[in-house]
Design a protein. Structure first.
Length: 173
């Protein structure tokens, strides 16, 4: 079982790093399953729109709700997220070299979202790379039960880990 996570300091930085990594891996023939997040600034200066692209080639799903300019709190659309989870679970069973989950967020911390998909991938001995933020770190560490390794949010370090983590799968082919 190979489980890793990365955390970048700036808002949206982990999303950009994981999206870039997935694109780079695709060009190298690594079959990625999972999601990467794409944040789009809004013309009304409200909070960004959040979309996820289901790997490897879509669809792109809007996972944020527009709650209005005065709204506070979580804008996650749980139904859209669960749709993404279902698509990833279906694709996982079709074969992959790596599972990338854009974020172990509040939904996962509360026992929903990608938790079961991550556990299933680990049971399949499929390497898993998760984006994480400080708010959900304790919940992730509890979920991971000491099995996860933290990776620096640097493309070279992530590529090196993926190369090592997927090597046994490549050798078996």
């Amino acid at each position: 079982m190979t489980l890793a996570y990365t955390m970048a300091p700036g808002r949206g930085d982990t999303d950009m790093i994981l999206a870039s990594l997935a694109a780079n891996l695709a060009t190298r023939g690594i079959r990625c399953c999972g999601t990467v997040q794409i944040n789009s600034e809004r013309c009304d200066a409200g909070p960004c729109d959040m979309d996820v692209r289901v790997l490897p080639n879509g669809p792109v799903l809007r996972i944020s709700q527009d709650l209005g300019p005065s709204a506070r709190g979580c804008r996650l659309d749980p139904d859209a997220l669960e749709t993404a989870v279902g698509l990833v679970a279906d694709r996982l069973s079709s074969g992959a070299d790596l599972l990338i989950v854009n974020k172990f967020g509040k939904h996962e911390s509360d026992g929903r979202g990608f938790r079961e998909v991550i556990a299933e991938a680990m049971a399949m001995n499929l390497p898993v790379l998760v984006g994480l933020n400080a708010l959900n770190r304790d919940a992730f560490e509890s979920f991971a039960e000491g099995l996860a390794v933290q990776l620096p949010p640097e493309p070279a370090a992530l590529m090196a880990w993926v190369g090592e983590a997927t090597a046994p799968a490549k050798e078996a082919v």
